[in-house]
Ligand binder design. Sequence first.
Ligand code: ADP
Length: 207
Amino acid sequence: MKKNLFIAFEGIDGSGKSTQVRLLKDRLEANGHKVYTTCEPTDAPPGKMIRDIFNHRIDGDHRTIAALFVADRLHHILNKTDGMLKMLEDGYTVITDRYYFSSYAYQSPHIDQNWVIQANSLAAGLLRPDLNIYIDISPEISIERLNKGRTSIELYETLDNLRLVRNKYLELIDVFKGEEKVFVANGDQSPEGIANDIWDTVSAMLQ
Ligand code: ADP
């Protein structure tokens, strides 16, 4: 069985993705795996433009953001320096903090859902996660955590929007259940508790 997996973490802001990426990386490395962690938006130019829009440094429409994510994602997959396909070929387990389910969930409340799915079909055809891990928390907990850790609020980080995004995640995980392997983790527990649930699923895939 393939031992270097491609894993995508998903969830609303503050759900604990980056915390769990770190904990999963540590466990995999302790078990002898080479691990490459990465995230979207990336640090490449389309990703930087997305961040500038999120931080209100430049103005941007939802359609522009959706298209930038498509470009950023293809570069993330295909570039020959540290693209995810290359890292997988080099034997790394690749863990990304956000992938195309984020586009589905964040953009679909604002623009045509079928367009978003279609525009990401190239990425899905090139590189489908062996496992998507969706960390589920309530939008109320998300806002509480974000308010603790941040001084400014980004474009999508309002309670109303996070409610829409969470509902979209749950809806689309169900729509794609035939094509995508998704583990839904209960994010309303300690970081270690969530990490243990995730490890049960990941380690079973490594048998
Ligand atoms: P994300 O990457 O999904 O935005 P983070 O991992 O950065 O989320 O976590 C957001 C905030 O919540 C951080 O301050 C982090 O320390 C805290 N946090 C993460 N996981 C938990 C948890 N299980 N319980 C309580 N707080 C958490």
